[in-house]
Design a binder for this molecule. Structure first.
Ligand SMILES: Nc1ncnc2c1ncn2[C@@H]1O[C@H](COP(=O)(O)OP(=O)(O)O)[C@@H](O)[C@H]1O
Ligand SMILES: [Mg+2]
Length: 261
């Protein structure tokens, strides 16, 4: 009897692992023209992906387009803003690219969680210890994921949350904790990370994919560049390409910013 039970346990475990593997094999379109090709055919469903770049490189626009085009394709989006109010970002996206997030929010296709959220504001209170701050942020994520049940999540941005952690070792383990919360969700996540506090490399270390965006000077012109550094479980295109921002949003062109054209 005992043996049979043991056998059943193993059998049950095997099934769970197989199902999880099957889910992780599914790819989803990122909604950013040219990006799926760079990643070797889109994100893996349920993965946690990081986009890294300095200020003004286009991280917020990048994540906005991921959620906006996802919503148009019928996927429910959740946007977590750690240092800006939803209305400011919504206004910016509207004047920049004509994306009407107010309408998507009204229709329940996209949910915003921003600094005005009482839970997120709490985690900014300075009397709290770093451990409490991150614990609160994790709790907020867990609660919102459960309430909203999104298909896609965009967090803009993560470096501010981890600014309070001084030890690199602790920072790494706390980033892992937050990423595990995201991995337990069935959603596919994109996390923007700025380079200003030097925590981007540690955040990137735990990610399923890393995309770098930046500005390069070509003669007298500035061009935005984009390249994928890693994508766990996938071949990638090992090329630097042009990231174009225009009135209709973001797209990745097939050419390199370093070539004359
Ligand atoms: N319609 C547009 N065409 C070209 N560039 C634009 C347009 N709208 C906004 N931008 C530029 O896109 C950038 C947006 O960057 P943003 O996503 O906020 O960067 P980050 O989040 O990395 O700081 C701004 O520098 C802005 O000037
Ligand atoms: Mg930004």
């Amino acid at each position: 009897m005992e043996r049979r039970l043991k056998f059943e346990n193993i059998e049950i475990q095997d099934v769970v692992i197989t199902m999880e593997d099957a889910r992780r094999m599914e790819r989803i379109a990122t909604g950013i023209p040219g990006y799926d090709e760079l990643l070797g055919d889109g994100f893996f469903e349920g993965s946690v992906n990081v986009v890294i770049g300095g200020s003004g490189t286009g991280k917020t626009a990048f994540g906005g387009e991921f959620i906006y085009n996802g919503a148009l394709a019928g996927k429910k989006g959740m946007i977590v803003l750690t240092s800006e109010e939803a209305n400011c970002v919504q206004r910016e996206w509207y004047t920049s690219f004509g994306w009407d997030f107010w309408e998507l929010e009204k229709e329940g296709k996209v949910v915003f969680v921003d600094v005005a959220d009482p839970d997120l504001r709490l985690q900014k209170t300075i009397e709290r210890t770093p451990d409490e701050l991150i614990k609160n942020f994790k709790k907020l994520l867990e609660t919102k994921i459960k309430d909203v049940n999104p298909d896609l999540i965009f967090i803009d941005s993560l470096e501010a949350v981890f600014l309070v952690i001084e030890s690199k070792y602790r920072l790494k383990s706390m980033v892992d904790d937050v990423f595990n919360v995201l991995r337990r969700a069935s959603a596919t996540c994109l996390v923007a990370t700025g380079t200003i506090y030097g925590v981007d490399e540690i955040i990137a270390y735990s990610a399923d994919s890393i995309t770098n965006i930046g500005m390069v000077r070509v003669g007298n012109n500035l061009q935005r560049s984009v390249h994928v550094v890693k994508h766990r479980g996938s071949a990638i295109v090992n090329q630097v390409r042009v990231l174009q921002l225009a009135d209709d949003g973001i797209s990745i062109l097939s050419q390199s910013p370093y070539l004359e054209f």
